[in-house]
Each structure stands twice: as C-alpha cells, then as structure tokens.
Design a protein around this ligand. Sequence first.
Ligand SMILES: [Zn+2]
Length: 235
Amino acid sequence: MLKKQILKSKKNCLIANKNLVKKNLSIQTFGNVSQRIDKNHFIIKPSGINLNTIKHRDFNVINISSGKVVDGSLNPSSDTETHRVLYRQWDTIKGIAHGHPTYGTSWAQTGKPIPVLGTTHADYFDKHVPITNRMKKKDVKNKYEYNTGLEILKTFKKQKLKPNKCPGILIRYHGVFAWGKSSYESVKNLELIEFIGLLAFNSMKIGLKDKIDTNLIRKHFDRKHGANFYYGQKK
Ligand SMILES: [Zn+2]
C-alpha cells in the first residue's frame, strides 16, 4: 500500500477512535479501534494516548503474522494482540472496535448472551449476541490479550457462528468487541450491540409476555443481509 493511502487509513482510524468516545461507547482511554490496510497489516491506536492531541501519523502499523510493530514509535494499544488474532483468522473483516459501553458491559458481567427479543436485534444478528467463556487461569496469566482473541474464535467455532452474520461478541466480565467492513462500520456495530443490550435490559425489566417467532427473526435478518436482501440500496 502506498504511504499516502496508509496515512489516509490512519486518519480514518483516528476518526473512528474519536467516534467511539463521542458515542459514549468508551470512557477515558479504555477502548480501541483498528483498521486493516492489507492482508497482513492493520493500523491501531497507540496505548493510553489523548485522542485530542495525538496525530494520526503516530498510529501504529502491525504485521498480522508476526505481531511486530512495523510503523510508529509509540506502544500500540494493550489489546493489539486480540485484534491481531481476529484479523489473522477472518480475512473478510476490515475494522475492529472494542469498548466498555454501559449495557454491553453490564450483560458481559452477568455472563449471559443478549437474547433475540425483537426485530431491532434481528436486523443485525440472526441469533443471540454471544459471550465468551470464562478464561482459564493460565490463559489470563500469560498472553492474556492473545488468549482473549482465541476465546472469541473458540466461541464462534463452538456455536457455529460466522463473523459476517454476527458482527460482535461480549467478552465475559470485560466488555464488547465488534467488527465490520471498515473501522467506521465496526464502531457502528458496537453502538448497535449497546442499543440492543439496552432494549433487552428494558424488555426484561418490564417483563416478557412471550417470545418473538423465529420466522420474524429470519425475515428481518434476511431482508437486510440475505441473498435476496431488499432493505436499503444495492451494495
Ligand atoms: Zn477492554
């Protein structure tokens, strides 16, 4: 990729990181957004920096196979290894966002997935928003962030989920990871999970009378994401 294009991607990645804070999906310096630039590289925010003063050119470029920083002198985000594991496994994803938003994180802390209770959820997820398992002590002690990525992949494999049909996951006791076709879209998907989490929380608080029909879930998901989608404009 040309230097000019990398700088443009870094700029977009900085904007996406600012959006995460603007949309109240992360407070202070928690949270991070990354963006893939080619098959083997991605851009990520440096660790613990002030988004208002950092220059986009200071963002790090990471080699996906080795995990090495190939551009940028600051330390990359502490969650870089989780992002790397996901990019390495899923070559269709181009952006990843992580944050600790109120409702998504509250669900993550309960240890429960977010159930499909209505069509707003089904517009984006055809199943529950999944949650990772409890991590083993040794996986927390060593290579914690890398192992967090592996936990996400394990959950997807076990539940036969696909990243393009399920654009995010709750990390048990921690927060939320979401992804998409760009860093911009990954933040949008994180925002959606937060909204779905809020709706589910309120619905359960009011009290559920009965369950949504599975054909209604299918209808809403497929009209947006199915082979014969008809929501919005042609992709
Ligand atoms: Zn976190």
